[in-house]
Write a protein that binds this ligand. Structure first.
Ligand code: NDP
Ligand code: BG6
Length: 513
């Protein structure tokens, strides 16, 4: 029978001092946290997970006694893992301080165990090593599954059967993709739940850990001025835009099986939309927030083909440099119909949002890298100053832009009188530019999410009913695209994407920001 362990407490206070395997002093009875990065040799582990763990250590956010274990099939010694990890650690927090020293201390807490993902025996060996480090204290264990989805279940099974904590909590962070459609996602959840309780599963969507996405609720619910305007009465349309100025370089094999709708829209953009559009939660408790998100997702209409435009990037030569087509990637079939761009109009059929188009646009190999929410307000009724804008009344409306990245900012476009004796109006920005306002660097999304998982805070992780509701919106469309073999519109690498996206917006009287 699989081990389903109940949640335990993170810390227990005590007094006596002792040393761990790395020579660090700890109070006797304190609980420990062992973080195992499964798939430690991979891209995400190197790029994001180890650097985020180091940043947390640097900021004294990790518990006093912790150990980081890398686990993968590749053969590596502890020293080799440390060398690999050290290449991607950065002193972004404060370059003047003792960062090098902190790095050395952190690396001494990192170890490696080589094993197969489907071997209970190999996970039992890991368990033995973890126990040695835990030294008989209450042990809490976090497994980060940074591996391809086809091996998730084997790894969860073996970790749960052979390396669960016997005295504290065991939690598992699962990376997307959470299936390809409603059926496969439900099957994945069922399989995970054979070995874990729902509250042990932390489904990560790293966009929820981004500073400006977290701030969305603060903006809405702690300022008097926004919430009264947050409805069909004042908002004309809302846009969620994701664009990258590079292609699928290196990830074509993964991407071709998923496409941009599953990669970005069904998760990152939809999660932001849910936070944007949900009703006020009863409290800041994780369940209250997630209940509201589920409600709004369930009030949405499943996407329809006529409200969607898909594209795929083609090779383009600019300034003597030739940028590749998506299908030039050797891991992508030459006749692939996988979209690298999509635009869609979505609707929420509830009292607050009835009739308001929520537009999404996501694309790779576009002209710019950005993620933004744009809220376009209605016209001022009977505006005395309309004549200042001639026929271009769109210019007269207010727009709130939340720039999630890069160069985080929140700005509101307002109309203003140009100083002087005449009466000329001008569009200006009331601008909260984070770099100018705050001197502290913004933490990476993975830092916040890892810390939350260690602390058992589930607010920013996806609950299974939320996931089901999200897939229910996209699955019929995804099936139709595949069954009808819809051909994506071509767009040149580095362009603004297919023109179809503009026609789609125009149908709803919207101009992309
Ligand atoms: P990788 O492809 O780099 O795989 C991670 C590790 O898993 C590899 O180092 C390898 O380790 C092992 N592995 C790879 N393929 C197989 C296989 N077919 N069978 C068994 N083991 C395999 O993945 P990433 O690090 O890029 O991503 C990890 C997870 O995170 C994936 O689910 C991905 O979708 C998700 N993700 C990744 C992002 C990124 O930017 N990379 C962004 C968001 C999500 P070894 O051979 O040593 O066992
Ligand atoms: C990942 C997608 O979830 O998010 C990638 O799989 C994408 O395709 C990435 O590049 C973007 O994340 P960020 O944080 O760099 O905007």
């Amino acid at each position: 029978t699989p081990l389903k362990l109940k949640e335990g407490l993170l810390s227990v206070t005590s007094s006596e001092e002792s040393k761990d395997a790395a020579g660090f002093e700890f109070s006797e009875d304190k609980s420990t946290v062992s973080i195992t990065v499964v798939g430690a040799s991979g891209d995400l582990a190197k790029k994001k997970i180890f650097p985020a763990l180091f940043a947390l250590y640097y900021e004294d956010c990790l518990p006093e006694h912790f150990t980081v274990y890398g686990y993968a099939r590749s053969k590596m010694t502890d020293a080799e893992l440390r060398t690999m990890v050290s290449r991607t650690l950065t002193c972004r927090i404060d370059k003047r301080e003792n960062c090098g020293e902190k790095m050395d201390q952190f690396l001494k807490r990192c170890f490696y165990h080589s094993g197969q993902y489907d071997s209970e025996e190999n996970f039992a060996e890991l368990d033995k090593k973890l126990r040695e480090h835990e030294g008989g204290r209450v042990s809490n264990r976090l497994f980060y599954l940074s591996i391809p989805p086809n091996i998730f279940i084997n790894a969860v099974k073996c970790a749960s059967l052979s390396a669960s904590s016997s005295s504290g909590w065991t939690r598992v962070i699962v990376e997307k993709p959470f299936g390809r459609d409603s059926e496969s996602s439900a099957a994945l959840t069922r399989s995970l739940k054979q070995y874990l309780e729902e509250d042990q599963i932390f489904r990560i969507d790293h966009y929820l850990g981004k500073e400006l996405v977290e701030n969305l609720s603060v903006l809405r619910f702690s300022n008097l001025i926004f919430e009264p305007l947050w409805s069909r009465q004042y908002i004309r349309n809302v846009q969620f835009i994701f664009s990258e100025d590079f292609g699928t370089e290196g990830r074509g094999g993964y991407f071709d099986n998923y496409g941009i709708i599953r990669d970005i829209m069904q998760n990152h953009l939809l999660q932001i939309l849910a936070l944007f559009a949900m009703e006020t939660p009863v409290s800041l408790d994780a369940e209250d927030i997630r209940n509201e998100k589920v409600k709004v997702l369930r009030s949405m209409r499943p996407l329809e083909l006529e409200n969607v435009v898909i594209g795929q990037y083609k090779s383009h030569t600019k300034g003597g440099v030739t940028y590749p087509a998506y299908t030039d990637d050797k891991t992508v079939p030459k006749d692939s119909l996988t979209p690298t761009f999509a635009a869609a109009a979505l609707f929420i059929d509830n009292a607050r949002w009835d009739g308001v188009p929520f537009l999404m646009k996501a694309g790779k190999a576009l002209h710019t890298k950005r993620a933004e929410i744009r809220v376009q307000f209605r016209h001022v009724p009977g505006n005395l100053y309309n004549r200042n804008f001639g026929t271009d009344l769109d210019r007269a409306t207010n727009e709130l832009v939340i720039r999630v990245q890069p160069d985080e900012a929140i700005y509101l476009k307002i109309n203003n009188k140009v100083p002087g004796l005449g009466m000329r109006l001008d569009r200006s920005n009331l601008n909260l530019h984070y770099a100018a306002r705050y001197s502290k660097e913004i933490p990476d999304a993975y830092e916040r999410l890892l810390l939350d998982a260690i602390e058992g805070e589930r607010r920013l992780f996806i609950r299974s009913d939320e996931l089901n509701a999200a897939w229910a919106l996209f699955t019929p469309l995804l099936k139709e695209l595949e069954e009808k073999k819809i051909i994506p519109e071509c767009y040149p690498y580095g362009s603004r994407g297919p023109v179809g996206a503009h026609y789609l917006a125009a149908r709803y009287n919207v101009r992309w920001g």
